[in-house]
Design a protein around this ligand. Structure first.
Ligand SMILES: Nc1ncnc2c1ncn2[C@@H]1O[C@H](COP(=O)(O)OP(=O)(O)OP(=O)(O)O)[C@@H](O)[C@H]1O
Ligand SMILES: [Mg+2]
Length: 331
């Protein structure tokens, strides 16, 4: 991903990517490192000041308003997301659930400001998202999201320094604090190749939380882990949320993970990605697995995802249980 232009936070001067790098307080060791800085977080805000008439009166922290996203490859246009509207409130654990190719990652990247929308708008705190910014941080699925030449502590400090959010001393303090929160204090001085997959994902979570983002965006962060580690990571994420109450947008294609991690789940259908339904899942937690309510919600979501006609009949004829689980059929 290339971000040729950034706008300086103080001064609104457009800088080429090269001059942006040259102006960095801490020179990057390599192009890979510079690209990582771009991918993780923009060192400077790329959002020009938003005119006051664009500020929405919505109470949602993050608002996706009739957003369509097209990928243009040569003469071919692929619509990944079609007129999706979502509202994410502060301290909510919002899950995007859907089959492969339904546009979950695309939508998340648009929230992060990495992918432009073709129509509609995404607003954060009422201001239109027009590019990446340190108020949104992403955690990816891949274990290689940590530069291997940096220690664990340096990895957590890196976006804080690159975004100039803090000086070195505070970055180190925050790194140590969040490494402690994810149980990795003892590993602060090792390099990523000395960690397991689960530990690497913990470092990525610590790195994201240390930024104190307005929204934490996670794209299938536990999908590449074995079942036991995945479960442990879900527990740890929920424990962190209990403590810190951050706003989370979490992508998964696992119904069970959506029910456990989310307080609200948006179900997307593919080709192109549309919002099919939203379901309140705050009643479910780690201990809910196997309960009748959990199984009923699981089955209902399964039908919505894989058997749309039957799901339509079920939802239309089952208003009482729809109300019980807060199911809102959208499309
Ligand atoms: N950079 C791109 N260029 C062109 N098409 C793309 C690009 N990225 C994604 N797509 C297409 O957009 C659609 C949505 O892709 P996306 O990666 O958002 O799906 P997803 O729901 O995250 O899938 P998965 O669960 O497999 O990760 C797919 O049809 C995909 O082929
Ligand atoms: Mg994806």
């Amino acid at each position: 991903m290339r971000w040729p232009y950034a706008f300086a936070q103080d001064g609104d001067v457009a800088l080429s990517r090269g001059s942006w790098l040259r102006s960095a307080a801490e020179p990057y060791a390599s192009l890979a490192e510079a690209e990582l800085a771009d991918r993780l977080i923009s060192r400077v805000s790329t959002s020009p000041p938003v005119p006051s008439q664009q500020v929405s009166a919505s109470t949602a922290l993050l608002e996706v308003d009739r957003v369509s996203i097209d990928y243009v490859t040569g003469a071919r246009v692929l619509r990944a997301t079609h007129q999706v509207s979502l509202q994410v409130h502060a301290a909510e654990r919002f899950v995007l659930l859907g089959a492969s190719g339904c546009g979950k990652s695309t939508l998340l990247k648009a929230m992060a400001g990495f992918v432009p929308v073709s129509e509609g708008a995404i607003r954060l705190g009422g201001a239109q998202v027009q590019g990446p910014g340190p108020d949104r941080v992403m955690v990816f699925q891949e274990f290689d999201q940590l530069p291997p030449w940096k220690t664990v502590r340096e990895n957590v400090m890196f976006p804080l320094l690159a975004s100039r959010r803090t000086g070195k001393a505070e970055a180190r303090e925050r790194a140590d604090l969040y490494l402690e929160k994810v149980g990795l204090s003892r590993f602060a001085d090792v390099h990523p190749h000395q960690l397991s997959g689960g530990m690497k994902q913990r470092v990525a979570i610590a790195r994201a939380l240390a930024m104190h983002p307005k929204v934490l965006l996670m794209d299938e962060p536990f999908a590449a882990l074995d079942a036991l580690t995945r479960r442990r990571m879900q527990e740890e994420l929920l424990a962190l949320w209990e403590e810190l109450r951050f706003t989370l947008v979490f992508v998964t294609h696992s119904i069970e993970e959506a029910l456990v991690v989310g307080s609200r789940v948006a179900i997307l259908s593919p080709h192109p990605g549309r919002l099919r339904a939203e379901i309140n899942t705050h009643a479910f937690g780690l201990a809910s697995g196997g309960s009748a309510e959990f199984e009923a919600a699981h089955q209902r979501i399964h039908r919505l995802l894989f058997d749309e006609e039957r799901a339509g009949a079920q939802t239309a004829g089952d208003t009482s249980s729809s109300a019980a689980t807060g199911l809102r059929r959208v499309a």
